[in-house]
Design a binder for this molecule. Structure first.
Ligand code: ARG
Length: 277
């Protein structure tokens, strides 16, 4: 592989996370969840804590949301809202089992004085919305097909004042946008084409001609469920192939182990919401 000498510049981020103290697989709302497979909540907390430490050691600020008993998926903090330019577009979960999480997120943002816009439409926050600030002047990419509904894309555009590009997800294993696509810096993305309809693949190729294209192994290892600060790319340790690809492009992969949370159908990005001022 050719090593390209790009100057990658990290930008300090502010994140929101929620400890998996009450994590469990009590229901199955995505194909990764198996209610009969044992989950080690203590190990989940340890692995999650390493992720939190990793972000702090990279110089980022991490806010914490208080986990609530009876909300076993609350660790997946990305789903609770979507924040762009200091405005918070709230979530409205598809499944009843997660509905109450939206309220916990709203309370957090309101207590911190953020401008909060309550949604009328079904959407799962940053699980299905991604923001690429330097692409085409600031672009929101939005998934639909499994969780977030198309009307929420228009609602998000009105709430946030940034163009929203609707992308159709077609593979139930990749039920949220953030398991199939991620921003790797302020202008570029990585994605797995097979998760999207043929037309949506065409749209992505037009908007992001330099995108990193991921393969089957990358997506199955939850490699795309990453967070990047523009240089450091924190991703699931199983995604060794994707880490190599990113390294060759001048990024600095930072692998973390999150095997327990994978049983809930999530990895790095699912655990992290970005608070964008
Ligand atoms: N068990 C959770 C669900 O199915 C996992 C959510 C993963 N979060 C994400 N941002 N993809 O809703």
């Amino acid at each position: 592989m050719v090593t390209v000498n790009h100057q990658r510049v990290p930008r300090k981020r502010t994140y929101l996370m929620c400890s998996p103290e009450h994590f469990a697989v009590e229901y199955a709302i995505n194909p990764w969840m198996d209610v009969t497979a044992p989950v080690d909540a203590e190990l989940a907390v340890k692995q999650w804590d390493r992720l939190r430490e990793t972000l702090v050691n990279l110089g980022h600020e991490v806010h914490l949301l208080t986990p609530e008993r009876g909300l076993p998926d609350m660790v997946f903090a990305a789903n609770g809202a979507f924040v762009v330019d200091g405005t918070v577009y709230g979530a409205r979960f598809k499944h009843e089992q997660r509905a109450a999480e939206a309220e916990a997120h709203r309370a957090f943002y309101e207590s911190q004085g953020w401008r909060f816009i309550a949604p009328s439409e079904t959407n799962e926050g940053e699980g299905d919305f991604a923001y690429v600030p330097e692409a085409h002047g600031g672009l929101i990419l939005a998934g639909h097909g499994f969780r977030t509904e198309i009307p929420a894309h228009a609602e998000a555009q009105e709430a946030l004042g940034r163009p929203v590009i609707s992308l159709r997800l077609v593979d139930p294993r990749f039920y949220h946008l953030d398991v199939a696509l991620a921003a790797i810096d302020d202008a570029n993305i990585v994605y797995f084409p097979g998760a999207f309809s043929a037309a949506s693949q065409k749209v992505l190729a037009q908007l992001f001609p330099d995108a990193v294209v991921a393969d089957d192994a990358d997506v199955m290892a939850f490699g795309l469920n990453l967070v990047s600060d523009g240089l450091n790319v924190v991703l699931n340790s199983e995604a060794a192939g994707l880490a190599e690809k990113l390294k060759a492009l001048g990024y600095h992969p930072v692998p973390v182990e999150l095997a327990e949370l994978k049983k809930g159908g999530g990895s790095v990005k699912c655990c992290i919401a970005e608070l964008r001022r």
